[in-house]
Design a protein around this ligand. Sequence first.
Ligand code: ARG
Length: 392
Amino acid sequence: MTDKVVLAFSGGLDTSVCVKLLEEKYDVEVITACVDVGQGEEEMEKAKTMASKIGGLKHYNIDAKEEFANEYIARGIKANAEYEGYPLSTALARPLIAKKIIEVAEKEGATAIAHGCTGKGNDQFRFEAIILSMSDLGIIAPIREMNLTRTEEKEYAESKGIELSYDKIYSIDENIWGRSIEGDLLEDPANEPPEDIYEWTKSWQEANDKPEKVSIEFEEGIPIAINGEMMPLIDIIKKANEIAGNNAIGRIDTIENRLIGIKSREIYETPGAKLLIAAHKALEELVLTTDELRFAEYMSTLYADLVYRALWQEPLREDLDQAFDKMQERVSGEVVMKLYKGSIHPLIRKSPFSLHSIEQITFEDKDTDQREVEGMIKHHGLQAANYHKLNR
Ligand code: ARG
């Protein structure tokens, strides 16, 4: 009996080519599975159509949108997780996609999981780390194993009569938390990115002419309402993408340091992520102590590194999640942000857990005896003063 393999499928170039390569060169039957992490109905439909055109054994469209928002993005927000300024949209989705593909593979009695990642990126590590730690399934990575270039893939697709469902020249990865655009002329940082690569964000010139205010309400670190309307996190993210995108927020053009050491020019559109993380940070400033804020920042860097570097399975990631959860118990309240042509600023912050006291800070206060602080100052710099006295 021929072995069955489940291929993580998107309907793009790499994974479409993989269906045929697996059948031809690896002599296996292919089940394709596309995991919906909010890339949109249209993309999901395209994947399904593409799968039936290329003709694997069977195709699955798996809805994981809510789970992605509630179990992955929510953690990213609590942690303010950004790697070199990138809110980890692709990186956060990979562990969930891998988990869902494993479920299909086990249900179908497959012997291995296949993916279309190249041997240069981070995604191969992210998929395989999950597969290795959560299953005993084999792994096939045809593009990497055959050392194929994108041009070779295109030629092979043509020779097999695989009609690519779109004519995009870039490699694009999309989910509800962001959109990444790579490849072709963008590979050279000396090239200016053309305006037409952007789909979620307006340019500064096209953005609204008037500033827009948006209110976000948080409960224990998670956004629960936007502009006064309570809704599930996934809908808040959609709305945030729309509002922030209209105000030219969330375009990132960076030279990213990939896991294997290569530097790569990466372009992202992550308007909602930028808005929600900025609002979350603004609220944290009001409710967390100095030391909590300092430590949260350190934890945030560690957390983002683990997620980016395919170490979602690392116990430290769970330890950090627990620490964030504890700290976030007081991160509830409302923030109003002002958005204007790519800039984003907090205007108003309110919380029942605020550690800010108007009585304490006001210049008009007579109850706090200012003279009391004198003794504190004398002792505060004592060691430094002693040091300087040595040389006087
Ligand atoms: N550089 C980003 C990351 O590693 C985006 C990767 C996009 N992946 C893709 N298959 N197009 O998270």
